[in-house]
Design a protein around this ligand. Structure first.
Ligand code: FES
Length: 215
C-alpha cells in the first residue's frame, strides 16, 4: 500500500527549497538516522552581529518525508535568529507539511536534529556556549561510529576499518585499513571528513590509507 502523503509533502519533495551545498558556510552538521540509515547535511550562513540565518542549504540522502521536512525547516529557519530557529520542532514542521504518517516521524526528527546540530556547531565555533567539549580521540571515534562500511553495513570502527586515530593541536589523523584504490575508499574518506571537519576546534583532518606515504 502506498504511504499516504499530503499534497504539500509531495510538492516539497518534488520541488525542495534550499537544496545543495553552501561553499562559504559558517556552520555545518551531518546527522544520520539509526532507524533507517539515511543522512542529512545542513549548512548555515549566519550574520555575526544579529545572529540571523542569512542563508541555509541542505543535502538529504533520505526519503520523501525527510526531503520535504528539510525543505520546510530551511524555509522556516531562513531570516530567523539562531535562538528562534532552534525552537522549530519536528511537530511544527510536520504540521506545516499537512501532517506526516506515524512511521515517518523519525524522518522529520532527523531533519530538525540536523538543524539544531548546525546551530550548535556555529555556537561552538564562536565560543557562544560554555559546555563545548574539546575534541579527543573518544569524540572522534564516537563520530566515526556513524560512518558505515558499505561492505558489511556496520560502522567502520566496529569493523576495524579504522586502525587508529589521533588528535594533536587541531589536527585529526585517521588511519584506514584499506588501499587507496579500494572501491569504497573515496566514499569512506568523504564521510569521515563530513563527520569530523565541522568540529569546532579542528583545523585539519588527515585520512591515511595503507599505501599512502606519510610525511
Ligand atoms: Fe530514512 Fe525517512 S526513512 S529519512
Amino acid at each position: 500500500m502506498p504511504i499516504p502523503y499530503s499534497e504539500k509533502v509531495i510538492e516539497h519533495f518534488k520541488n525542495p527549497r534550499n537544496v545543495g551545498r553552501l561553499e562559504d558556510y559558517d556552520a555545518k552538521a551531518t546527522e544520520g538516522s539509526p532507524a533507517c540509515g539515511d543522512m542529512v547535511t545542513l549548512y548555515l550562513k549566519v550574520d555575526e552581529e544579529t545572529k540571523t540565518i542569512k542563508d541555509i542549504k541542505f543535502e538529504s540522502y533520505g526519503c520523501a518525508s525527510n526531503i520535504a521536512t528539510g525543505s520546510i525547516i530551511t524555509e522556516l529557519a531562513k531570516g530567523k535568529t539562531l535562538d528562534e530557529a532552534r525552537k522549530i520542532s519536528w511537530k511544527a514542521a510536520a504540521e506545516e507539511l499537512g501532517g506526516l504518517p506515524a512511521v515517518k516521524v523519525h524522518c522529520s526528527v532527523l531533519a530538525v536534529d540536523t538543524l539544531r546540530a548546525a546551530i550548535r556547531n556555529y555556537e561552538e565555533k564562536h565560543g557562544l556556549v560554555e559546555d563545548r567539549e574539546p575534541t579527543t580521540v573518544e569524540v572522534v571515534e564516537k563520530r566515526l561510529r556513524h560512518v558505515m562500511n558499505p561492505l558489511t553495513g556496520l560502522d567502520i570502527v566496529k569493523t576495524h576499518v579504522v586502525k587508529k586515530t589521533d588528535v594533536n593541536n587541531g589536527v585529526i589523523t585517521v588511519w584506514v585499513d584499506l588501499s587507496r584504490d579500494h572501491q569504497f575508499a573515496n566514499n569512506i574518506e568523504q564521510e569521515i571528513r563530513e563527520r569530523l571537519e565541522p568540529l569546532w576546534d579542528v583545523a585539519e583532518v588527515r585520512v591515511i590509507f595503507n599505501d599512502d606515504e606519510e610525511e
